[in-house]
Write a protein that binds this ligand. Structure first.
Ligand SMILES: Cc1cc2nc3c(=O)[nH]c(=O)nc-3n(C[C@H](O)[C@H](O)[C@H](O)COP(=O)(O)OP(=O)(O)OC[C@H]3O[C@@H](n4cnc5c(N)ncnc54)[C@H](O)[C@@H]3O)c2cc1C
Length: 416
């Protein structure tokens, strides 16, 4: 079977890997000159089953109201004259209802556990290296009430199969000694020893190279313009490149994995999907032997920031902004992020050489990705991975390949 995958982010490339391994003829199209250069480029690096609880939860509406109008708020809503933004916001509120939030968390957790197992199997099979560290993720709390809520949540997550250990402030500083400077401010932490971290961009690049070796064709620097429909199925995809101009590619099956840009493409053939870009920032600091940077991956729950050590770099990522497709870097937000980093870790890394980045999380209101078929029998989706696309990529790639091969994926998840 001939398959065209639209998008060479971490989700498109993992889909390509599993489909090629199943024996299909695979072509991947991306507008960038290489793989993983948009949202998969400089994310937080966490493989975090422990973060299965979506942003849309019963505590979110009040929290968001408190942050309203603050330029340095972890979650910032910038209202626009955009119907899709308002519709997404209304659906987000619906997903905050307790029963919806519980069901979404269970869906995400189940896919995340499956995904980590697939990532480990892929590592064993290929020896792929991407500055990975399997030292767990420690979420720490500076607010006592939030910590107490986290203890209750940890109980329910444990019941669903996610290992989460409640730790005192002192124990947190033993797990990650760089936290000792902040120990007196900590209420406590929750440790997920099975979680991991690693560079999503390096992984995507390495896996794309392995795909290429096995015969996958990449059409980089080609923009996907539109899908052509005929007789109730997809007849081709129009792409355009700098040298070739416009051309139409044909295949037996098509997968849309364009991250946040999946929604506008699909609207063109009458498939509305609730995926909206949620902008986030990251800062990458060079770390030398003179620095005292954390190496266990961390989450600062008060500021919604994640820390991952990627070889000789420290990546800090977070914040969320609903502001359309703009990826401009807002200095105020980056400064707030850096201030917090150096408050907690005074010798974290080389501040003067910090690299700033912004990317768009392809978010559904409940953070549950859209994986599976559509009303067009030869069109499939693998998109909407929001805050957890790196964590969920291998499982999503494996699952879409199984679905297209007529096999039921071995995971309890609400596929389309
Ligand atoms: C600040 C931040 C921190 C994050 N931290 C984490 C984390 O710690 N752990 C985690 O699991 N997840 C994290 N995420 C989420 C994760 O990065 C994303 O969910 C994931 O990268 C999405 O992958 P994707 O392949 O769906 O999208 P993308 O990586 O954006 O890939 C889509 C591809 O489609 C291409 N494309 C788009 N439109 C077109 C077009 N018209 N024609 C051709 N090509 C096109 C793009 O070039 C791109 O390569 C974070 C995200 C952000 C922003």
């Amino acid at each position: 079977m001939k398959v065209i995958i639209l998008g060479a982010g971490v989700v498109g490339v993992t889909s390509a890997w599993y489909l090629r391994r199943a024996g299909h003829e695979v072509t991947v199209v991306d507008r960038q000159p290489g793989p993983g250069l948009e949202t998969s480029f400089a994310n937080g690096g966490q493989i975090s089953v422990s973060h299965a609880e979506p942003w849309a939860n019963p505590a979110a509406p009040l929290q968001t109201l408190k942050w309203l109008g603050r330029q340095d708020a972890p979650l910032l809503y910038r209202p626009r004259a955009d119907f899709n933004q308002w519709l997404w916001g209304a659906r987000f509120l619906f997903e905050c209802l307790p029963h919806r939030a519980r069901d979404n968390a269970r869906q995400i957790l189940s896919l995340a556990l499956y995904s980590v197992a697939e990532l480990k199997a892929l590592r064993r099979e290929t020896g792929i290296a991407y500055d990975e560290l399997a030292r767990g993720i420690l979420s720490f709390y500076t607010d006592q009430r939030e910590f107490e809520r986290a203890i209750t949540l940890a109980d329910s997550m444990r019941a669903w199969g996610c290992v989460r250990e409640v730790r005192t402030a002192q124990e947190c500083a033993v797990i990650e000694p760089a936290l000792r400077h902040a120990q007196s401010r900590l209420a406590g932490g929750v440790f997920a020893p099975d979680d991991e971290s690693g560079d999503a961009h390096v992984f995507t690049q390495q896996l794309a190279a392995l795909c290429e070796k096995r015969g996958v064709i990449f059409r980089f620097s080609h923009t996907v313009r539109r899908l052509h429909e005929a007789g109730g199925s997809i007849a081709g995809v129009e792409i355009a490149g700098p040298q070739t101009g416009a051309e139409t590619l044909h295949a037996d099956r098509y997968i849309v994995a364009l991250g946040s840009y999946s929604a506008p493409l699909l609207r063109g053939i009458g498939i509305p999907i609730p995926v909206y870009p949620v902008k986030g920032y990251s800062v990458t600091l060079p770390v030398g032997p003179q620095h005292d940077a954390p190496s266990v991956s961390l989450t600062d729950e008060a500021r919604k920031l994640v820390f991952s050590r990627l070889g000789s770099r420290l990546r800090i990522a977070g914040t969320a902004e609903l502001a359309g497709y703009d990826v401009e870097i807002n200095r105020i937000r980056c400064e707030a992020l850096l201030r917090r980093v150096f408050e907690l870790f005074p010798d974290a890394g080389d501040r003067g050489r910090a690299e700033l980045w912004a990317g768009l999380r392809p978010a559904t209101p409940g953070n549950v990705p859209l994986i599976g078929g559509t009303r067009y029998p030869n069109l499939f989706l693998n998109t909407g991975h929001g805050t957890l696309g790196w964590t969920l990529a291998c499982g999503s790639g494996r699952a879409i390949s199984d679905i297209m091969n007529g096999i039921r994926p071995e995971v309890d998840f609400r596929f389309l």
